[in-house]
Design a protein around this ligand. Structure first.
Ligand code: ADP
Ligand code: MG
Length: 228
């Protein structure tokens, strides 16, 4: 479970304080499939980065899996992220000099000290899940956008994270590919009870989720459960 209590984020822009997130109170349960929506600049990515432990709030408390992540130092935060959290980005963020297989392997080498054969098993299973087994030796620039995002999804999932954050994951994809990617993530959520939190204004995602949180100027203006 994720709990935010009175979370604020202020960026200092020279003399000016830019209050981007204002008194955010938000709870997200295990296995939720939820979208944070709102106009560009409303703070969606900032919220994702805060609860994804990529950034720290100016004040307030963020608890994930019972741990107050706002008091962790950089190393502990990186470890916590490695054990619990996966990220998927709009621009895929694959490493160009690594093959598909190696891109998926990368977080395992960086974060979790798994034996090589165990790593291999996990990677092959995920390659199959995202339907990229036959592309495993290719490099990112040899793939389509949809294929790259499939690799990014596999990379986000390879550490068996409890929570996956996806920031505009379909923004660079066509409609059919977007729908396939959304279905893929939904299937993973159902199979493993993985929590998915999207920041998006893509209607295709908005209509696929169970809960829509609307953010305007750093404030939650609506939070509703929907039948999808
Ligand atoms: P969204 O994802 O909804 O488009 P963001 O969270 O990216 O919104 O940004 C919210 C606001 O915070 C914007 O006004 C943006 O310019 C500002 N902002 C985001 N990151 C920074 C930063 N590192 N430094 C200063 N301002 C930032
Ligand atoms: Mg954003």
């Amino acid at each position: 479970m994720i709990a935010n209590e009175h979370v604020n984020k202020t960026y200092k822009m020279g003399e000016v304080d830019l209050k981007v997130i204002k008194d955010l109170n938000l709870t997200i349960e295990h296995g939720e499939f939820v979208a944070i929506v709102g106009p560009s600049g409303s703070g969606k990515s900032t919220v994702l980065n805060l609860i994804g432990c990529l950034d720290k709030p100016t004040d307030g408390k963020i608890t994930i899996e019972g741990i107050d992540v706002t008091v962790l130092n950089r190393t502990d935060l990186a470890n916590f992220r490695g054990q619990n959290i996966g990220f998927i980005f709009q621009s895929f963020n694959l490493i160009p000099v690594l093959s598909v297989y190696e891109n998926i392997e990368y977080p395992l080498i960086m974060i979790q000290n798994l034996p090589k054969d165990e790593r291999h098993k996990r990677i092959m299973k995920l390659l199959e899940d995202v339907d990229m087994l036959d592309q495993k030796d290719k490099f990112p620039d040899q793939l389509s956008g949809g294929q790259r995002q499939r690799v990014a999804i596999a990379r986000a999932l390879v550490t068996n994270p409890k929570i996956v954050f996806a920031d505009e994951p379909t923004a660079n994809l066509d409609t059919d590919t977007s729908n396939q990617i959304i279905t893929l993530m939904r299937n993973i959520q159902k199979e493993f009870n993985t929590t998915f939190i999207f920041a998006t204004h893509d209607e295709k995602i908005v209509t696929a989720v169970d809960r829509i949180i609307t953010l305007v100027d750093g404030v939650i203006t609506d939070d509703k459960r929907v039948a999808s």
